[in-house]
Write a protein of this length. Sequence first.
Lengths: 333, 284
Amino acid sequence: MDGTVVKVNPATGGARAAIRVADLTFGYTRRTVLHGVSFTLEGGAVGLLGPNGSGKTTLLRCLLGQVPLQAGRVEVAGFDMARQARRARARLGWMPERGGVIPGMSGVGLVAYLGELAGMPARDAMQRAHEVLHYVGLADERYRMCEDYSQGMKQRLKLAQALVHDPAWLFLDEPTSGLDPRGRAAILELIADLAGNKGLGVVLSTHLLADVEAVCREILVLREGRLLARQEVDGKARQPRQVFEVEGFGDEAAFLAGLEQLGAEVTRDNRLQLVTLDLARLDGGEAVGGDGFDPAAGTGAILEVAAATGFALRRLRRRPVTLAEEFYTLVEG
Amino acid sequence: MPVYERGYTHWRPSGLKALPAWLVIARRGVTGPLKRRRILLLVLLAWIPAIVKGGIIYFRLKAGNLTDLLGAGWASIGPDGFLSFLEGQRFFVFVLLAVTGAGLIATDRREGGLTLYFSRPLSLVDYLAGKAGSVLFFYLLITLLPVYVLCLEAYLIAPGATGLTMLLAIPARATFYCLLSGVSITLVLLAFSSLGKRSIFVMVWWAIMITGTEALAAIGGGLGSRGMQALNFLGQYHNLGSLVFGTAPRIDVPAPVSLVMVLVWTALALAVLRRQVRPVEVVS
């Protein structure tokens, strides 16, 4: 014990700072859980998706500095987690999936206690505890003992303790686990507000795709400890293979032959031609900055073929892909 | 009204000084049990021997019977008397520490509290120091504090008769002994607590450790076996106390052997705590 009191957020509390992970490898005993994971997060809400056992919670624990890194580098909020994990944790909030409620304390007592452990003075911690419990909707129940809380109230309490010291980043592990639809919607509403309006970075680990769609602007997909994909939730897919819906009239045979020269695969869906293009093979297919692929390159290529073959297009658009479709496509390979 | 409209504001520090994390944990470990009546009652009961001893000291000093007081025995005000008094507190030490300390880590492990603690900027040493601090508080509350009070009483009633022995020597020896034994016993109890997830099981193991080893030692004493006497858990601390207070050994085991046993238990306890107290439980 060095008796050091870690000073937490200055008045700029909540200011964003990036998370940078490079070649992170980690394992328990003989089993490697994460294999060379690399990514950078600048802020906002990011979903961490993956099947059970894919390494989501382990990745969050690495970001929190709760486990010693074996290889690679993790930098969170400007702190190197191999050397400065303790200092970094003063700026991080953690909402665990299991447990996380210490019995024998009232709701406000628990939140204030954890605030003090985060380096807050006792008076500040108590005042903040009241504020965040009010924010998460537990103002009326704050003096009840934690062990008497319902599952929904416990989830809110866990969110409150993660917020009490005003972290820059929130790491949420299955925050809607065990909640009824109304409770789930309320928690998601709070998370969206924190990420969207209050300037907190949020990493949301879950296997519920609907939660991610409701809150996050982009997702990281993990499978067997490897980062499989990173893409935006709003439909701007970053995958190289993308499907375009085409409808038109004219010399269809010439048009299809032209598409074949692009390496496209074409199938028919009623009146629509479904053209699957590999954007990696197209000029300008890769997005600027090398961050994924640009669907505009695909539509541009199809337009050129149509113009060259005299095929009049009535409809051309990239087929919207649901997050669930993308996720299962990615995870199932 | 949407939930978020209730507002969230960023924290603006007041500039007040924050307590170190270990002290926050220790404070919670002390104030929590002190709110329970049965623990307060237990503490009061643990003070009864001190009150009785205090009464005896008072009347004997008033009667001027210093020869009896300075001799050996539980009621004396010499080193042997205070070591005997500390030995006599072992039942209360056993019960009070079991009640206040058994669940300290076990409950955190059962309820997933460790992951919360270690999501804060505190180290393993902070955590253990905080937990140990609260157990040590209760230990010292019924051992060292009564010794201080009794020494003060004796010194105030008959300063000329007790002199520097009562003012410095015995309090210093008692402080050294109580801190040494207290830290070691506390770490052993916390190690037990870290091995279980339910307080009741920890208490059972603690009882077996205390009474079981004492029974073994008694059997060993009957058979003349020093080896079995060396297993007596609390006996080793009292034997070590005889070295500190400069009195006759308490059991038929050399004091250096007792010191080695105490160090071994302490080292084992630290090794167990280091292995068991982690934010992440690895199930292989």
